[in-house]
Design a protein around this ligand. Structure first.
Ligand code: HMG
Length: 390
């Protein structure tokens, strides 16, 4: 049975900052951020966007009536959720008017969460081939103003409809994974910004990639030459390149050239959005599929997922014959080009007034946010959302 991704949606807030200007404000050379870190722009979420609205906006563009009827499982992956108890998936289920006869849950393992969700969805569909699953990966990455991780923040969500006979990609086996109890990045319950041992996290990310890549080769006998491209979790885009470079010599010249060229394409969206944590790998996949028009159906793409703490996984996908027609390339180009640049001082003000810590009661200026689905306010500790297209 062929199971995989039938549609992939994406949403990021309408505001961003330019990394050259952030570098100037922080007194570092712009090339450190644009080349050394590999980021050009960073998405900034206004008070009217949280992880629920980002995910709902990502899904809104891709769901039709048939999806709404057949989706019987909503899996919301996030590490910047809004409630320790109620699943964010339930809010999205309501905002999108999905079939009430559905399961809705939230899953967490740092940036690995969306991959866990994709694999859970695959298992569910294998047992229930008539069903569709909505996988959401949505996050707001916060390290703090003037912190070493500041340039690696971002905000956004991906929404993936999974089904049998998918039009974009099938998810193949074997999947190989690795877990180790490490403290490279974490966020205790009392903090709305992440704690991180930056250099250590980079070492672990690369070691986990090497571990799962070796496991994969040992189990399958496949090599770099068998892959059209490898997409990486991209907390910042230089890191995927650093990981790829550690194995690139295993391939002949033409394989190296292909993988490096495709890596460049796979990081374009991430370069102008920033780290969206659990959605980052799938944003990179989208960047590759939407911006490289030469990828042939039948090509094998490897996906490396990493979530601090830490879990790593590597698995292959096969590009399907109708993938081009199933993508939302024009919508994503429009979404990215219509964003508005804000100054560093505006970003700092927004950062300080948008905390994951609770606001007891407030109304928010949804008229300033072009998104269809917004957070309108908080009333007696309950978040109130609006879908302006209803
Ligand atoms: P830093 O210490 O400010 O930067 O923090 P650096 O000194 O390491 O420099 C970064 C790069 O810029 C280096 O390149 C420099 O050489 C280069 P590299 O050696 O790595 O190839 N550089 C320049 N290049 C060109 N021109 C120049 C110049 N100057 C310097 N003039 C760090 C960097 C990543 C540590 C920091 O941003 C950080 O802590 N970020 C947050 C943590 C992070 O993203 N870790 C990634 C792995 S963990 C992960 O992926 C999981 C995560 O997504 C969370 C989750 O799972 O939920 C984070």
């Amino acid at each position: 049975m062929k199971i995989g991704m039938d549609k992939i949606g994406f949403y990021t807030p309408h505001l961003y900052i330019d990394m050259n200007k952030l570098a100037l404000a922080r007194n570092v050379k712009p090339e450190k951020l644009t080349i050394g870190i590999g980021q050009e722009k960073m998405a900034v979420p206004p008070i009217t966007q949280d992880t629920v609205t980002l995910a709902a906006n990502a899904a809104l563009e891709i769901l039709d009536e048939d999806d709404k009827e057949k989706i019987d499982f909503v899996i919301f992956a996030t590490e910047s959720g809004i409630d320790f108890s109620k699943a964010a998936a339930i809010y999205v289920h309501h905002l999108l008017g999905l079939n009430p006869n559905a399961r809705s849950i939230e899953v967490k393992e740092a940036c690995y969460g969306a991959t866990a969700a994709v694999q859970i969805a695959k298992g569910h569909i294998a047992l229930n081939p008539e069903s569709k699953v909505l996988v959401l990966g949505s996050d707001i990455s916060r390290y703090g103003l003037n912190s070493p991780g500041e340039a690696t923040q971002g905000a956004g969500a991906v929404a993936i409809v999974m089904s049998v006979n998918p039009r974009i990609l099938t998810i193949e086996g074997p999947s190989v994974y690795h877990t180790e109890d490490v403290m490279d990045f974490w966020r205790p319950l009392y903090s709305d910004t992440a704690f991180v041992q930056g250099k250590y996290s980079v070492e672990l990310y690369i070691a986990f990639f090497q571990n799962v890549w070796k496991q994969y080769k040992d189990r399958t006998g496949l090599e770099l030459k068998d892959f059209e491209a490898i997409c990486f979790h991209l907390p910042y885009t230089k890191l995927g390149l650093k990981a790829l470079r550690t194995v690139i010599d295993e391939g002949m010249d033409e394989v190296q050239k292909r993988l490096l060229a495709n890596f460049e394409i796979s990081r374009r969206y991430n370069k102008v959005v920033g780290n969206i944590y659990t959605g980052s790998l799938y944003l990179s996949l989208l960047s590759l599929l939407e911006l490289n028009t030469d990828i042939e159906p039948g090509s094998r793409i490897g996906l490396f997922s990493y979530g601090s703490g830490a879990v790593g996984e590597f698995f292959p996908c096969i590009v399907q014959p109708q993938y081009r027609e199933a993508l939302y390339k024009a919508q994503h180009a429009k979404l990215l080009s219509e964003r508005r640049e804000i100054s560093i001082s505006e970003y700092e003000e927004i950062f300080q007034t948008t905390s994951l810590a609770e606001v007891p009661s407030a109304r928010f200026p949804i008229e300033k946010d072009p998104a269809a689905i917004c957070l309108a306010g908080v009333n007696e500790h309950k978040r109130e959302y609006v879908n302006k297209v209803n």
